[in-house]
Design a protein around this ligand. Structure first.
Ligand SMILES: [Zn+2]
Length: 697
């Protein structure tokens, strides 16, 4: 087990322009919360920092669209995030916000120090400008095609599909998202961070990070291969941290209308939030212990869309500023899909945390999400899996074991912990195995393998259930009362261990179980608590013979079919509403006119999809076998982000039958399936009720 050591943990600051959804939780929040709760129980000196990211072009854009000021948008979502996170059991030591005065001060100072150390260059250049709304088209105000992956909806600062950081100049066919005006290029001056000059230093630093996750190192490597270049650290925007006037003046730049780039200011939010925490403790200098003492372990939990900022640009900022520790690890998760489709708030394809918490206890969501975390690759959350996780594992294994043991002791043994006398080999073996679990679960948490860690917790539940079954206390009760007592004693001790070890994962249920068992004095997994029993103490029996048990109650109730159907219905209704309200989205322009003869060359046929499977090496492709009546074709359809193979299977689809075969990822595609794409970007399959091979014209 890890030695207690000073640890600073951060979760990516959620962007305050919408509610928290399950995708957020599976990325940067739930894994970090498990890690922090575990370490607090271990006795580590730990601070867990988060807050709202409240600047940037997207919030300005939304404020213009809604006709309100940016502050009222961020106020609303900051309050909502705090409320939802609290109900979900997030155990932040402090949750700050980047529109606070304290943050503005910290971010300005940081920028000034870097400028004084010569970290920036300035550059006067032509940038896209929308004359209709009179704004420079920073970041999300401009959209175009990503030069790396071809995504047609890449933003001026980043392509969300492939994660590449971009500048508007790099976009192919840039367009304004603020109006239908043709964008013009207008002169302006900005501060740049020449990251390319420091690439060797960053590469040397990353080379030491052999224990980082493969998905993270893979992304970093591809950026090194592309070359880091330079990134503008300021923007022309009416909302954000103003650039310090003295710094601007010294560089001969007019500061008016210029703010720090949101990706410069947001990570400094971790620092300012820690400062606020220290101030509220009445020990204002204490933040420095965590940020500036070399023996701090700094860990950033993030989603994969933030890897470049946390592994390259923010560490470089910390290096160039000096005085700060660098991250020890950045355990980024991949994306969580929802019911086989990519999660999308604009398409209404998301589960809002607040709504989910109205339907289910937080621990059910925590448990199922932990089982589904996209730790090494994208993962799919479905309500059917949720139901199975809660009913078959949390209720049938964990809940059932605790319940049957406590019920038995209450019903037959006077509601007290019976004495263990002359234990059998089986009793001893069960206790010995129980003793291995704190270290086993802890090691997995320390490796950021929360999926495996929570399964290990369930393994202890299975151990308990098997031991109880094998002991048959219902049979030994009359034949051999002491053997019965021993079985119940050991089972209750396993319940005791579970009540401690479940705490990081399902804290509400764990607390309930401890209350029934009378396990007291456990060090809280939340900030600031005291207790003489720590994580490692769960290795030994925690219940005293003869002590009274509390009133038994059901720890985990099963989720019924109707509750699941209600969630699916909500998802369907919301995505349909979102599709109907994409009216502002532009229609795709009509292509060049063709003659009838051109059209007549196309041969459309009805095909029956007889098999469908995901192509392993591709995120987009589904390999289908399509029966055209006269022959069967292999067709690779680029629809995996929209449909599951099951959606396609058995459908009668429209196929372009005379398209020249094409090779993709080593497989030949012998045709194409027709799809309709609506303005919101959702795909709809074209089907026909005719026999395979029918012509379509
Ligand atoms: Zn891209």
């Amino acid at each position: 087990m890890t030695e207690p050591k000073r640890i600073l943990v951060t979760s990516a600051l959620p962007y305050a322009n919408g509610p928290i959804h399950l995708g957020h939780l599976a990325g940067a929040y739930l894994p970090a919360d498990v890690f922090c709760r575990y370490h607090r129980m271990l006795g580590s000196d730990l601070v867990y920092i988060c807050g709202s990211d409240e600047h940037g072009a997207a919030i300005v854009k939304q404020s213009i669209a809604e006709g309100v000021d940016p502050q009222s948008i961020v106020d609303k979502y900051h309050a909502l995030a705090m409320k939802d996170f609290a109900a979900f059991g997030m155990s932040f030591d402090h949750y700050g916000r980047t529109s606070s005065e304290a943050h503005r001060k910290t971010a300005s100072e940081f920028f000034r120090t870097m400028a004084q150390k010569g970290a920036f260059t300035t550059k006067t250049e032509q940038l896209p400008y929308d004359p209709k709304v009179e704004l420079f088209l920073a970041d999300r105000f401009v959209m175009g095609t990503c030069p790396i992956c071809g995504n047609e909806s890449a933003y001026g600062d980043q392509c969300e599909k492939c994660g590449t950081a971009l500048s508007p100049r790099e976009l192919i066919d840039p367009r304004s998202t603020m109006s239908d005006a043709e964008l013009v290029w207008k002169e302006t001056t900005h501060f740049y961070l020449p990251m390319g000059e420091h690439q060797a230093r960053l590469e040397a630093w990353i080379a030491e990070k052999t224990d980082w996750k493969v998905n993270v190192l893979g992304q970093i490597k591809s950026w090194f291969t592309l070359g880091l270049g330079e990134r503008a650290m300021t923007r022309d925007l009416p909302w954000g941290v103003p650039i310090p006037e003295d710094v601007a003046a010294a560089a001969g730049v007019n500061a008016e209308g210029k703010v720090l780039y949101v990706w410069f200011d947001a990570p400094i939010g971790y620092v300012s939030s820690t400062r606020e925490w220290a101030e509220q403790l009445g020990d204002p200098e204490r933040w420095k212990t965590y940020w500036q003492r070399e023996d701090t372990r700094l860990i950033h939990y993030i989603g994969k869309d933030n890897i470049v900022f946390h592994t390259l640009s923010f560490p470089l900022m910390l290096m160039l500023h000096g005085d700060y520790v660098l991250p020890e690890n950045v355990p980024a998760n991949e994306f969580l899909n929802l019911e086989g489709q990519k999660l999308s708030t604009s398409r209404g394809w998301a589960v809002w945390l607040g709504e989910a918490l109205e339907a289910f206890p937080a621990d059910y969501l925590r448990y199922s999400l932990l089982r589904t975390l996209p730790e090494t690759r994208d993962a799919d959350f479905t309500w059917a899996d949720f139901s199975a996780h809660v009913n078959n594992e949390l209720a049938d294994n964990f809940g059932n074991f605790a319940n049957r043991t406590i019920q038995f002791a209450t019903k037959y043994l006077g509601g007290t912990v019976p004495e263990l006398v002359d234990p059998s080999d089986a009793d001893r073996a069960a206790l010995e195995e129980m003793a291995t679990f704190p270290a086993r679960i802890g090691a997995l948490i320390d490796q950021h393998r929360m999926r495996d860690a929570v399964q290990e917790l369930m393994a202890l539940g299975r151990l308990g259930n098997k031991y109880f079954n094998d002991g048959e206390p219902w049979a030994t009760r009359s034949k051999d009362p002491q053997r019965c007592n021993n079985t119940v004693h050991v089972s209750l001790q396993i319940c005791g261990a579970l009540s401690v070890l479940a705490e990081p994962f399902i804290p509400f249920t764990a607390a309930k179980l401890r209350a029934i068992l009378g396990v007291e004095g456990v060090r809280p997994s939340t900030p600031g608590g005291q207790g003489e029993l720590g994580w490692a103490d769960a290795a030994r029996p925690l219940l005293t013979s003869g002590s009274a048990l509390g009133t038994p109650e059901i720890l985990v109730s099963k989720v019924d079919e109707a509750a699941i159907e209600a969630q699916l219905e909500l998802l369907r209704t919301r995505s349909a509403a979102a599709a109907a309200s994409t009216a502002e989205a532009p229609y795709a322009p009509v292509r060049d006119t063709i003659t009838y003869d051109d059209f007549a060359k196309l041969d459309f046929r009805v095909g029956h999809v007889t098999s469908a499977e995901r192509v392993k090496k591709s995120k987009k492709l589904i390999r289908c076998e399509v029966d055209l009546g006269f022959e069967t074709r292999q067709i690779l359809a680029g629809v995996a982000e929209h449909f599951t193979p099951e959606d396609l299977l058995g459908k009668r689809v429209i196929v372009v039958a005379n398209l020249a075969p094409r090779k993709m990822v080593g497989l030949e595609s012998q045709g194409m399936l027709l799809m309709a794409e609506d303005r919101g970007g959702a795909l709809h399959m074209l089907t026909a009720d005719s026999e395979p091979g029918s012509t379509v014209s």
